[in-house]
Design a protein around this ligand. Structure first.
Ligand SMILES: [Zn+2]
Length: 289
């Protein structure tokens, strides 16, 4: 399994926290019919994207990107010690898989210059903070944490109505520590890092494009969850806040990168999770490199 990629002047490492059967396919993707699932079952199983109970297999991971100037962590996964009673595999966990993965990528928590979150869902913010003497503190003490302003505002409003635990324990402590930066969609870091607005899954969801002056790699977050959706971009998933917008965003993202050299680094596709977008029929495929 490949955990390291080199493209342009970037080095990209995957840091995997979990990879496991996650959700029954027909439930996760409400528009998926038993017939379409049956037509795609063989290749999905072959790709280890579907198990023999028709449960989708998802990977939960971060990407560490080294540019000539910065070390960036994209999305921060699930985290430890977090109360997540709805998800037993995430609830109050204490394993060292993630921190060992960071180590294997050759970085320590002190080496991260920027933490960038594609959106503020529970499995993308978890390691933003860690528990120290009963308090949530930034895991990456020297990092600036980059949040899209629109996404931050959305969750601030949601959290005001009823507490959103991942926002309260994994985002707000970063803000209280003064380590955050709220940015607009035109934000850039140096000549390597740009934002691509990709709303739908959440209102302020963004992808990150990295490369000097061109998109050597793109980090797609949750604009897409399963390789099945590359074939059928119109299929949105249960938790896409705006299903129609998510479908539109997915197709335009896939069109944008189709038949280019850009390395597409997905958040949740099963390993290897990374590939190049190619056309297939009326849809697309993310081809391994
Ligand atoms: Zn996710």
């Amino acid at each position: 399994m490949s955990l390291k990629y080199t493209v342009g002047d970037l080095t990209i490492h995957r840091v995997i926290e979990q990879e496991a059967p996650f959700f029954p396919a027909l439930e996760f993707i409400p528009g998926l019919t038993p017939e379409v699932l049956a037509e795609n079952r063989a290749w999905m199983r072959e790709a280890k994207a579907l198990d023999d109970q028709d449960t989708l297999i998802l990977c939960f991971q971060s990407y560490v990107v080294k540019t000539p100037h910065h070390t960036i962590l994209i999305d921060s996964c699930i985290g430890n010690d977090k109360p997540r009673p709805q998800r037993p595999k995430w609830h109050m966990k204490t394993d060292d898989t993630y921190l060992r993965g960071l180590n294997a990528a050759g970085v320590s928590v002190d080496d991260i210059d920027f933490v960038m979150c594609t959106h503020l869902h529970v499995d993308h913010v978890g390691w933003n903070t860690r528990l120290e003497n009963g308090r949530w503190v930034p895991t990456f003490p020297k990092a600036r944490y980059v949040f899209a302003r629109q996404e931050f505002d959305y969750w601030t409003a949601q959290n005001a109505k009823a507490e959103v635990p991942p926002f309260a324990d994994s985002v707000l402590p970063v803000v209280e520590a003064g380590r955050h930066e709220l940015v607009g969609n035109d934000h850039q870091i140096g000549d390597h890092i740009r934002i691509l607005p990709t709303p739908g899954h959440t209102p302020g969801h963004v992808a990150f494009t990295i490369g000097r002056g061109k998109d050597d790699a793109v980090f797609s977050g949750d604009l897409i969850h399963s390789p099945l959706q590359t074939h059928y971009p119109e299929l949105s998933m249960k938790f896409d806040v705006d299903q129609a917008q998510a479908a539109k965003t997915r197709r335009s993202f896939l069109e944008r990168y189709c038949d280019t050299d850009t390395l597409c680094c997905t958040a949740h596709f099963p390993s290897p999770s990374v590939g190049k977008i190619r056309r297939k029929g009326s849809g697309f495929v993310c081809a391994s490199v």
